[in-house]
Design a binder for this molecule. Structure first.
Ligand SMILES: [Fe+2]
Ligand SMILES: [Fe+2]
Length: 317
């Protein structure tokens, strides 16, 4: 904890950070409100104006994220084959790929660091299966079928024990990794808010397809390193199953998504490639922003590497 305190210096852009925190806490509350099953409790509690204001804030946020992509999209290929290669290359060259945070998590971090990291990741986790459920509405049959197969895997193929969301919940519980709202950085909230904005608003349906596809494409490498870190810290195989499984399963999911979702959508509609690319780059950009924020907070640097080596911190179930 003493080492973490070294990082708590004030930055000149504190005002901007406060503003972003306020925005993303507000959007996170709105998303919880609009996604959680509820009862009609009368018009007082159902404030249309507040909802419209939050929608406007969400639109401004998404527009800002899209506007930042102009340069990256300049050379986007328009033909299907070249687009597919461009998309697959994101695994190597996309924003946030090979971020040093993950080697550090695998080899160096303490259990307290890992807990904090997982707490942030949980806060930005909008629930892949629900995002997918929104995204698949009214999609063409071939696309919908692959989305259904992917969804079925997310749902543990009908068995509670195999459901991905609850698997992550079990790890969070085992490690007591949940953080309170005031501990969560705006970057994590922004990641979740972005994914809900894309999946919820149908005119971003193609961006949602790109964002979900790039998660499948890039998750395995990171999951492998987080799993290695958890193993090193003494976390048992049952608790770290979520990461162990995603290190391999998403390779298969990604290949099927590219073939059965991206390819037919791009073949059918000239505008799809750009929207899919936007979604993928927005998602990777939001992830990269989280990794940088985590490194900053956790002081992932040469000195931190050495410091963590002398900190004995292990976890046994
Ligand atoms: Fe999954
Ligand atoms: Fe997956």
């Amino acid at each position: 904890m003493g080492i973490m305190a070294l990082c708590e210096v004030s930055h000149p852009d504190d005002v901007l950070v406060e503003r972003r925190l306020a925005l993303h806490r507000r959007l996170a509350r709105r998303n919880e409100h609009r996604l959680t099953p509820a009862h009609d409790v009368g018009s007082d509690a159902f404030d249309l104006e507040a909802e419209a204001e939050d929608r406007r804030a969400e639109e401004e946020f998404v527009s800002g994220e899209r506007a930042a992509l102009t340069d990256s999209l300049r050379d986007l290929p328009s033909d299907v084959e070249r687009f597919m290669s461009w998309f697959e290359r994101l695994r190597e060259t996309g924003p946030g790929q090979h971020d040093p945070l993950f080697a550090w998590l695998a080899e160096e971090c303490t259990l307290a660091d890992m807990r904090w990291f997982l707490g942030q990741e949980l806060a930005g986790e909008a629930g892949f299966e629900d995002l997918l459920a929104f995204t698949q509405v009214k999609m063409p049959v071939r696309v919908k079928l692959e989305m259904a197969r992917n969804y079925w895997d997310e749902m543990g193929r009908g068995r509670r024990i195999g459901m991905h969301g609850p698997m992550l919940e079990r790890l969070a519980e085992t490690l007591s990794a949940r953080l309170s709202m005031d501990q969560i950085v705006w970057e994590s909230l922004a990641l979740g808010n972005l994914m809900v904005a894309l999946a919820w608003n149908r005119r971003y349906a193609y961006q949602a397809v790109g964002a979900l596809g790039v998660v499948e494409l890039t998750a395995p490498d990171r999951a492998k390193q987080v799993n290695a870190g958890l193993r090193r810290l003494g976390v048992g195989p049952e608790a770290r199953k979520y990461f162990a499984m995603h290190a391999t399963l998403d390779i298969k999911h990604s290949a099927a998504w590219n073939q059965e979702v991206l390819r037919p959508l791009v073949e059918a509609d000239d505008r799809a490639a750009r929207a899919i690319a936007e979604g993928a780059l927005m998602r990777l950009g939001a992830g990269a922003r989280c990794f940088a924020a985590y490194r900053d907070r956790l002081c992932v640097s040469e000195s931190r590497f050495k410091a963590s080596r002398s900190t004995s911190d292990s976890f046994h179930r």
